[in-house]
Design a protein around this ligand. Structure first.
Ligand code: BTN
Length: 250
């Protein structure tokens, strides 16, 4: 069943929100709203996305009734941009921790893992007006009770409800997520944001490959880069790209 828009708006109190049954991508609506003057904290929520976007041009699967797809409009200062992604992942981690999940971590840069499988993804899309940052649409997708039939996907993706073995109300999940996002948002620019993100990363200490760079992930930088040490000890910091396990693993 879709969201009850009136009930959800009541739960969101005064936060400006668009609640939609079906949309290509909540990101499109959030970016259009941003261009049209959306305030900081405005949200777009959809029951279903027909063309949900993931990082690196991938699609993000959001069938009706089983996932949370939300885009949050944020208006950070330009220098806080790297932390915007961090606070998205941290808010999700906090919510999962509070639900009693035991094995929650962040795979660099911002995949949230539950039991080593991806439960949630974060997609920040910035809107520039020349040199001026108009804002960011911070897209968050959470698998609540999505069934992954494809065996390859089933090995890499997970949903909260079956993993925790208890029913999850998507509206309540959204309210908790936005509460935690607000809390982190207030701390944007503080070292504590970076420290918290770093402390939840499961990538440090593992063998990785990002693009052509292969080695051991040894650290992250405050602006979100991943420091990779090659076998000869040379270190490189990568800022974007898809992370693969360096030894041919998952
Ligand atoms: C990723 O891990 O690749 C990022 C996935 C982000 C998915 C969310 S769902 C809500 C918002 N709308 C989209 O089209 N994408 C993001």
């Amino acid at each position: 069943m879709g969201f009850d828009a009136a009930d959800l708006q009541k739960k969101l109190a005064h936060r400006p929100a668009q609640v939609i049954d079906s949309v290509a991508s909540t990101q499109d609506l959030a970016l259009a709203w941003l261009a049209d003057g959306a305030p900081d904290g405005a949200v777009v929520i959809a029951d279903e996305q027909r063309a949900g976007r993931g990082r690196h041009g991938r699609t993000w699967y959001t069938p009706p009734g089983v996932a949370l797809a939300v885009s949050v409009v944020l208006k950070p200062e330009r220098r806080a941009l790297p932390q915007v992604t961090m606070i998205g992942a941290l808010a999700i981690v906090d919510v999962l921790d509070a639900l009693g999940a035991q094995t929650v971590g962040i795979k660099w840069p911002n995949d949230v893992l539950l039991d080593s499988r991806k439960v949630s993804g974060v997609l920040p899309e910035a809107d520039w007006q020349g040199d001026r940052l108009r804002g960011v649409a911070l897209g968050i997708g959470i698998n609540v009770r999505v069934q992954f039939d494809d065996p390859d996907l089933a090995g890499r993706a997970i949903s909260i409800e079956p993993a925790l073995g208890k029913p999850i109300d998507r509206s309540e999940l959204l309210v908790k997520l936005l509460d935690r996002l607000d809390a982190w948002h207030h701390r944007l620019g503080e070292d504590a944001v970076f420290a918290a993100w770093r402390s939840r990363l499961v990538t440090i200490g593992t063998r990785v490959q990002v693009g052509q760079v292969v080695g051991e992930a040894v650290d992250v930088t405050a602006d979100g880069g991943l420091v990779i040490a090659a076998a000869n000890g040379a270190r490189k910091t990568v800022f974007a790209g898809e992370l693969h396990a360096g030894d041919g693993g998952a």
